[in-house]
Design a protein around this ligand. Structure first.
Ligand code: SF4
Length: 445
């Protein structure tokens, strides 16, 4: 028996226009995890992976008895096209991922089975049912699923697909989130917030050859005691690491010290807005705008770099408040900055609320990519919001802005290295986000 697993590429940055630089960077653990789960329960099954984010996919060449597709909302229409094609060939298809979890009935129209939530327990059930000719329409994660002794992902599945660094160095320590920030799908992914035992996480990290670990938890600092224990046990491993965290961690100096000692080099913080009413309006009022600069100082003091993420088009945002963000990130010395357009994802309460207000203006899921405005903003038009989005990306990655943002770095060698890296990062993202051919792209890509 043979199963093909497909990750679909779509119109969202990081998932399109891959340059040769990005080709070696699969940014998801999904296929590795699914591969590991199948092989753990069914070592005899042949599993092939097709990751469209790192390779060209020719659907005509895919031959299998069963096909699994994973896709996020802006890629789901393409997933449907693939699923429809394979089903026409007589091959049963199952679809999983965030969109499938949030919109199972819609997804079921295009496949034989929908996998909701994490697939650790449901995928083996699904395969057994398939073998017995009794595939069910929906497979839903058990809310009491244990997060101890999870099957580990297969980290070398990209070995023959990319020409640089093929080991997946991503790790989950925790899953989901109990906060309910409007635009975020994480509270829905696996029903709340769940922790793996720290010792399980440490054992998994010990198996990773790379000395750089990327935690891909939505919020590794959700439970500060958990993070503290994790840091303490990471110290002897001498790894370097990255993680997304909320700003609240900056109030805990003991924890920040431990993060530094355990090799934390960079974190991603969802600042979301420099307008306090805006963050409050999406249930993220625990982000205190007045604390942002001090938080950044505390991190830099410990040589931890920051990627700051901002969501544009929240209900209290004005054109002026948004446009002043480029100056704020410069003065606050945020190392890397990402802007996205507020996107109410279908299946969330936030989407339903906007829909009931008659503010959803676009139902083409391809456009739910955080680069297009799919709703009616309060204090500006959708076109004005999209224009501000482009302006902010451009203003933030001018050499002048980068120089000022990174001027806190005292070591001249590090400063020059980081300016160059920052500039290249900016040009690549501007090219992907704004679909413009950048100076760097003209030269190198
Ligand atoms: S944005 Fe962060 S804190 Fe808010 S719900 Fe999502 S993961 Fe949790």
């Amino acid at each position: 028996m043979k199963i093909a697993l497909i990750m679909v590429k779509g119109n969202v940055y990081g998932f399109k226009n891959r340059s040769f630089i990005f080709k070696y960077m699969p940014d998801s653990l999904t296929l590795g995890t699914l591969y590991g789960i199948i092989k753990h329960s069914f070592p005899e099954i042949e599993v092939e992976i097709y990751d469209e984010t790192v390779e060209t996919l020719k659907k005509e060449n895919i031959k299998a008895d069963l096909i699994g597709i994973s896709a996020i909302t802006p890629c789901i229409n393409k997933a449907y096209a693939y699923a429809d094609y394979f089903r026409q060939q007589g091959i049963p298809v199952f679809i999983g991922g965030v969109h499938a979890t949030l919109n199972p009935k819609e997804v079921k129209e295009h496949c034989d089975a929908v996998v909701k939530g994490l697939a650790d327990e449901t995928l083996p059930q699904l395969i057994n049912d398939f073998k017995n000719g009794a595939l069910k329409p929906f497979y839903e994660q058990n809310p009491d699923m244990s997060y101890s002794n999870l099957v580990l992902p297969e980290r070398k599945i990209y070995e023959d697909k990319s020409f640089l660094g093929s080991e997946l160095n991503m790790v989950y320590a925790t899953f989901g989130c109990t906060n309910r920030c409007g635009f975020c799908v994480q509270p829905y992914v696996c029903g709340g917030y769940h922790q793996r035992p720290v010792d399980d996480v440490i054992s998994e990290i010990k198996l990773i050859e790379d000395d750089y670990i990327e935690f891909i938890d939505p919020n590794l600092a959700k439970d500060e005691n958990y993070l503290k224990e994790l840091c303490q046990k990471l110290i002897p491993l001498k790894k370097r690491w990255f993680a997304p965290l909320t700003i609240s961690v900056c109030k805990n100096e003991e924890l920040l010290d431990l993060m530094q000692q355990s090799g934390c080099e960079e974190i991603l913080i969802g600042f979301e807005s420099i307008n306090q009413d805006s963050v409050k309006g999406i249930n993220k009022g625990f982000n205190r705008v007045d604390d942002y600069k001090e938080c950044i100082k505390q991190l830099h003091k410990r040589k931890i770099k920051i990627t700051g993420s901002f969501v544009l088009g929240l209900d209290s945002d004005t054109k002026e408040s948004l446009l002043s963000t480029a100056d704020f990130v410069k003065e606050a010395h945020i190392d890397y900055v990402r802007y996205t357009i507020n996107t109410p994802y279908p299946g969330t309460e936030y989407y339903e609320k906007m829909k009931s207000q008659g503010r959803i203006v676009e139902d083409d899921w391809n456009l739910y990519d955080c680069q297009n405005c799919v709703f009616e903003p309060v204090n500006m038009t959708a076109q004005e919001l999209e224009s501000i989005f482009k302006t902010l990306w451009q203003q933030t990655y001018t050499l002048k802005n980068i120089f000022v943002r990174l001027s806190y770095i005292k070591n001249p060698f590090t400063f020059v290295k980081d300016v160059v890296t920052n500039y290249i990062f900016g040009r690549i993202y501007i090219n992907m986000v704004l679909k413009e051919k950048s100076f760097i792209k003209k030269i190198f890509f």
